[in-house]
Design a protein around this ligand. Sequence first.
Ligand SMILES: Nc1nc2c(c(=O)[nH]1)N[C@H]1C(S)=C(S)[C@@H](COP(=O)(O)OP(=O)(O)OC[C@H]3O[C@@H](n4cnc5c(=O)[nH]c(N)nc54)[C@H](O)[C@@H]3O)O[C@H]1N2
Ligand SMILES: Nc1nc2c(c(=O)[nH]1)N[C@H]1C(S)=C(S)[C@@H](COP(=O)(O)OP(=O)(O)OC[C@H]3O[C@@H](n4cnc5c(=O)[nH]c(N)nc54)[C@H](O)[C@@H]3O)O[C@H]1N2
Ligand SMILES: [Mo]
Length: 731
Amino acid sequence: MKSVKRTRPGGGFRAVFYTIGKALEVGPWKLWQKMRSSNACKTCAVGMGGQLGGMVNESKNFPEVCKKSLQAQVADMKGAIPIDFFERNDLSALLALTPKEAEDAGRLIYPVVLRPGAEHFTPVSWETALDIATSAFKETSPDRTAFYSSGRSSNESAFILQSFARIYGTNNVMNCSYYCHQASGVGLKMTFGTGTATIELEDLEKCDLLVLLGANPASNHPRLMTQLANLRRRGGHIIVVNPIKESGLEKFHVPSQMHSLIFGSEIASLYIQPLAGGDVALLVGVLKALIERSRVDNDFLKQHTIGHEEALASAQATEWSLIEAASGVAKASIEEMAGMIALGKAVIFAWAMGLTHHQSGVDNILALCNVALATANVGRPGTGLLPIRGHSNVQGIGSVGFAPAMQDGIRRTLETLYGKPLPSTDGYDIYSTIEAAQQGKLDVLFALGGNLWGSNPDSVWAADAMQRVKTTVYLSTKLNPGHFHGRGQTTLILPVLARDEEPQSTTQESMFNYVRLSDGGAVNVKGQMRSESDIICTLANGVLGQEPVDWLRLGNHHEVRKLIAEALPGWGEIATIEQSRKEFTIGGRVFHTPHFPTATGKATMQSTPVPVVDFDGLRLITIRSEGQFNTVVYENADIYRGMPHRHCVLISAADARKLGVFDGQSVTVHGEAGSMDNIEIVIGAIRDGVVAMFYPESNVLIKGRVDPRSGTPSFKSAPVRIEVPVRGDAK
Ligand SMILES: Nc1nc2c(c(=O)[nH]1)N[C@H]1C(S)=C(S)[C@@H](COP(=O)(O)OP(=O)(O)OC[C@H]3O[C@@H](n4cnc5c(=O)[nH]c(N)nc54)[C@H](O)[C@@H]3O)O[C@H]1N2
Ligand SMILES: Nc1nc2c(c(=O)[nH]1)N[C@H]1C(S)=C(S)[C@@H](COP(=O)(O)OP(=O)(O)OC[C@H]3O[C@@H](n4cnc5c(=O)[nH]c(N)nc54)[C@H](O)[C@@H]3O)O[C@H]1N2
Ligand SMILES: [Mo]
């Protein structure tokens, strides 16, 4: 079972050789053309490509190559799913597919349906498929339907689909960010009145300290690594806060820089390993240390914030013993961290899922904002807050209104345009959608991409809930296990064109609030795939007819962009982006002066109590491997962490000793929702008290302990127990 065990630094020649290998799989010239085409990169939200051409970032640096974009690109270019695939594989065979096997089945090129009680999906014509979907909406009431979007679709498709949902009569419209950066959006909005990054890409080139919490960009945002390496090279510092010593965050070999490629670049100046879920305590500790050393900028706080007295008093009153116990970090290390922040001239705070995937996710963000404000590190070039976003267009999908609460501008525009009042109900978030399904309250579920089942905690519960839905419609490029475990009684899987195959241009928004134009292009595989917007408009036309609007006309992306420009503040330039080809930063989002879009123009500091943990024992964090993109698995091994395959648990040497387990041993891991057998022990650089396993497989273990303010489950501090089988097999 064991093969790879040595951990390696990130990037480097392996990444280069990987690139060459991938190119050979589909043809180097064909891949080069696709990678250089004017389309926004399909993977993370760092933002690449668009009108600057592929492999160019927002600061116009070239070549910015990343293994992940190659993986995603090659995967879309590889062969089509065989025409007899569903005939050869009945439902039980499909349910047994691993995420990798489902992905490797090939591009979806024809619509299929699973009818109630049937053992096989069968191919159907587009007409029949859309008739089934149309009837499903017509035969139920809007409050019994829900719409989900992942983060890869375009602003145009997302805008039309949410408009259709509202006019049809429901606010059950939610995107994957509920399981991703929702806590960031809520926390930033509570503090600054705006839910996205306060900086643009150039600010990263101006800071002299970056604090990176709960993020593993070496694997998940490789192109950010260039910025981190550059920061160290110009004499700046990086503090990493992460329970796992991620090898790529200690040293990284930037493939596009010869010196770094060969010798590697130092990344972390200081590496703090807190307990999972220990960040609120850690950050309160940092604030307390700043207060104790008189390093708080009181003038800044008085001028630009409210609530600072309470927030500071609350941090000051928190005992060091509680801070140390809850964070798992010694006072001296917390003071060292605070000292470095105090010395920084321009500090940026960046984070990802390690902060948001907790019951205290919003508090994590509030506590971080407090540290930024207390040191006046926001509202000035080179300073600010940067949620490192996930999917390449997850931010855009939220911006154009694919969320339950309708922005005022969208409501006004749609109500004027369509001459009818829109629903004012709250609308479900993701978790409450699954709960509604479980309670038999959902007749239709419509998913624009993604893997809703695979993303959910408590996989058995989620499957049971989703299988109660009468009709489920998936718009997808590739198969994933969610299509089968998360099937409805009737299930449609409709094949769509990828971003770079669209017949019309589309737009995306990066995590730096930058709107990109993608040109689309030739299809990678021949088939019956249709553009997402075309499918949505045909469906809307079928359900609502031409009233109150000609839905088929909205299939023209230019028309949609005119509506977006009208509905959303700061988006005016999108109306003419196709003619001007001018990509733009959304107005009112980036703060280079400390004036914020709140009623008072000031930021609000909030007290963040240290959360109480109601269990003893190990805390499980569920993470992404080097070889996966969310629920899509490309490669089984994670070479960076020395984990040879997907069924491993990473544990510290001290914890392994305590449990009496050894490296390579097979154990059972018990969680609150279920257990996993035959899990291999991997002893590695993770702190005591915390263990790590790969998502989505480990979702079977986790119960949905949900942060009430963000609706996000605690994917990264779940109670688990490791059991050695009675006749422990030593492999
Ligand atoms: N290659 C690749 N790229 C991706 C993705 C992918 O799956 N593969 N997914 C995309 C998406 S949608 C997203 S959201 C991002 C995800 O990007 P990340 O957030 O970087 O990914 P994760 O693996 O979920 O976890 C991040 C890190 O958080 C740390 N961590 C866990 N718990 C805690 C904690 O309590 N405190 C602290 N301080 N740290 C903790 C983990 O050790 C891990 O290093 O990446 C995007 N990009
Ligand atoms: N335990 C645990 N659970 C988690 C997480 C975790 O760290 N731990 N992370 C959470 C996070 S951050 C996220 S974002 C969610 C991920 O949730 P999702 O975004 O729902 O899941 P993905 O795995 O990214 O979806 C992959 C599928 O999208 C489809 N797809 C790909 N490209 C396109 C396209 O261009 N158009 C269309 N229509 N479909 C396309 C393909 O069918 C592919 O199989 O999972 C969450 N769940
Ligand atoms: Mo995400």
